[in-house]
Design a protein. Structure first.
Length: 274
């Protein structure tokens, strides 16, 4: 009988290592499942606690609503004044001014107009804004409204009439010189200058008055309010002391129309025309 221990082994058996003292022996399957069943509730609690501590997810916040305006009690709508009462007040002021005014400066201007019609001197008129419109208007009335026969009316020029000249001088020399430069080019000694101004303080009005005095041109100023500096700078002030620009401009037209009618009524005596 062969001794198998002495037969060489071609593939030796793997030696099974003895279990180490540090490695715990495998647990029975039943016990392992029981432990896992106990761990699951604990893990769920741990996960829930972790989620509670985690920062919240950043959500897109809607734009804040605009601040609400503080509630303001609505004021009562403005009440319109009575139109008829306003018109009566306006005409009362105008009538009071005309009734109490000393018209002697206008009478002096009328006589000067009669003089320059005979001598064929010129009349220059100027103003700003509505006063410039009045200057243009009255230049028309004095050229044609005082005599129908050419050569017997006033030789009148409105310095406010030519926009090309006005804008050229305002651009190149300054707005305060638009009338002064024209007067220096066109006027001669013995001519008449009439300025229209509500305040009497417009720089271009003051400059043309200075030029007239230096040239020997007699100056009249139709003024409102306090008359301003023009009241003492002109030769003859026609001053209506009223704090109302519209009535001050009314008086410019009224003075001009009064003069026009007087010249027309006396055209034969002044210039021999019918």
């Amino acid at each position: 009988m062969t001794d198998r221990s002495k037969i060489p082994v071609k593939y030796p058996r793997k030696s099974v290592a003895e279990p180490s003292a540090t490695v715990p022996p495998p647990k029975p399957r039943v016990r392992l499942m029981a432990e896992r069943a106990e761990v699951k509730p604990q893990q769920r609690l741990a996960r829930a606690a972790t989620r509670a501590k985690a920062p919240p997810v950043a959500l897109v916040k809607p734009l804040p609503a605009p601040p609400r305006k503080p509630s303001v009690s609505k004021a009562a709508p403005p009440v319109r004044t009575d139109a008829m009462a306003h018109f009566r007040r306006y005409t009362d002021n105008l009538h009071q001014l005309m009734r109490t005014y000393d018209w002697s400066p206008v009478a002096e201007l009328a006589e000067d107009f009669a003089r320059v019609i005979k001598s064929r001197h010129q009349v220059f008129i100027c103003g700003n804004g509505g006063s410039a419109g009045n200057a243009n208007h009255l230049a028309n009335d004095f050229i044609y409204g005082v005599a129908k026969n050419p050569g017997h009316a006033l030789r009148v020029i409105s310095l406010a009439a030519n926009p090309a000249v006005l804008t050229c001088l305002a651009n190149d020399e300054g707005y305060d010189r638009i009338y002064e430069i024209q007067l220096k080019e066109l006027a001669n000694r013995g001519d008449i200058l009439i300025v229209f101004s509500g305040s009497g303080n417009s720089p271009n009005i003051l400059k043309v008055l200075e030029a007239a005095k230096a040239m020997g041109v007699k100056s009249y100023a139709v003024l409102g309010y306090t008359g301003g500096k023009a009241r003492t700078m002109c030769d003859v002030p026609i001053h209506f002391a009223i704090d109302d620009m519209q009535i001050a401009e009314d008086m410019q037209g009224i003075v001009g129309h009064m003069l026009m009618q007087w010249l027309w009524d006396n055209r034969t005596a002044i210039s021999g025309t019918l």
